[in-house]
Design a protein around this ligand. Structure first.
Ligand SMILES: Cc1cc2nc3c(=O)[nH]c(=O)nc-3n(C[C@H](O)[C@H](O)[C@H](O)COP(=O)(O)OP(=O)(O)OC[C@H]3O[C@@H](n4cnc5c(N)ncnc54)[C@H](O)[C@@H]3O)c2cc1C
Length: 266
């Protein structure tokens, strides 16, 4: 990565003005992905002085600023308790300690990468994304919406009593997931389910959720639920795995996740 101009604004207004006035200006999170590019970047807008490095617990939600690193998410005491440590658990599988100490929440959500474990993990919870220009929207809607130049300011994670499960398979710890899946429910009802690294970006499985919510003992209907899941989600090929293999994996990961969320006793 070669940078022509480096700027470090002190307010979000200033940061947004710079990126909106200069077509070739980009926001800098931790720089861990940007630095892999061989392109010359005209202007980099570093957000580290804007005050987005916070984790704030409120009565009904936890707000996380976009400059918080994945490493901070792993070590934070509030998040270690929220959903019994679900977030630190799935964040902890992302590559290495060194990377997690650099990569930020903003740089991990805003680009909507297909391989993302972080986005899939969050989709099992009720999460709002706050953007400087486009405002607040549900994470699910953000993933479907074409967003132009904008800045991810923070995410807001609703505090609920949910049993959660994050499942994934990768060829080695230092590789991207071949497939990942997240599931949660409240005492066997009100399910949330998403599949990612398909290899497309994570997608909520709405029809499967509708079915799971309509039956009394979901595990007894595993076969039918799996059938719905495999027909509503598209799986594609890439150099890591074929769509057919991913489809098979989705059934396996779904079964494990359903067992985990239904067997939780607490
Ligand atoms: C070697 C390697 C392995 C990885 N493995 C995994 C993995 O296994 N699982 C996984 O889920 N992820 C993985 N990642 C992705 C990682 O978790 C981060 O998402 C990624 O590195 C970017 O983080 P960053 O904060 O450094 O972003 P940057 O590199 O700074 O930015 C990335 C992009 O996001 C934009 N951006 C940054 N912050 C904002 C903001 N606040 N608002 C708007 N746009 C913004 C930038 O302009 C840029 O386009 C991996 C990354 C690397 C480099």
């Amino acid at each position: 990565m070669r940078i022509k101009n480096y700027v470090r604004p002190h307010t979000l207004e200033e940061a947004y003005r710079i990126i909106s006035e200069n077509e070739r200006a980009v926001v800098l999170g931790g720089g861990s992905f940007l630095r892999l590019s061989f392109k010359e970047i005209d202007t980099v807008v570093d957000l580290q002085d804007v005050g987005l490095d916070f984790i704030e617990e409120k009565e009904d939600a936890v707000d996380i600023g976009s400059m918080v690193t994945l490493g901070e998410l792993e070590r934070n005491d509030v998040l270690k308790k929220l959903y019994r440590g679900y977030i630190p658990r799935f964040v902890g599988i992302i590559w290495s300690v060194q990377l997690r100490n650099i990569a930020t929440v903003g740089g991990t959500i805003f680009p909507k990468w297909g391989f993302s474990d972080f986005i899939t993990g969050l989709l099992a919870l009720n999460v709002d994304v706050h953007l400087y220009k486009s405002g607040k929207m549900k994470l699910e809607d953000f993933l479907k919406t074409k967003i132009g130049k904008d800045i991810l300011v923070k995410i807001s994670i609703k505090k609920e009593r949910r049993e959660t499960s994050f499942q994934f398979l990768r060829n080695s710890l230092y590789d991207f997931s071949l497939l990942n899946l997240s599931l949660s429910c409240k005492k066997g009802k009100d399910f949330k389910l998403a599949v990612g690294a398909r290899p497309g970006v994570a997608k909520p499985a709405k029809k499967t959720v509708e079915f799971l919510n309509s039956v009394d003992e979901p595990f007894k209907h595993l076969k039918r639920a799996t059938g719905i899941l495999l027909s509503e989600i598209e799986f594609g090929d890439d150099f890591r795995a074929s769509g057919e293999y991913r489809k098979h994996l989705a059934g396996v990961l779904f079964k494990r996740a359903l067992e985990e969320v239904l067997n939780y006793e607490g």
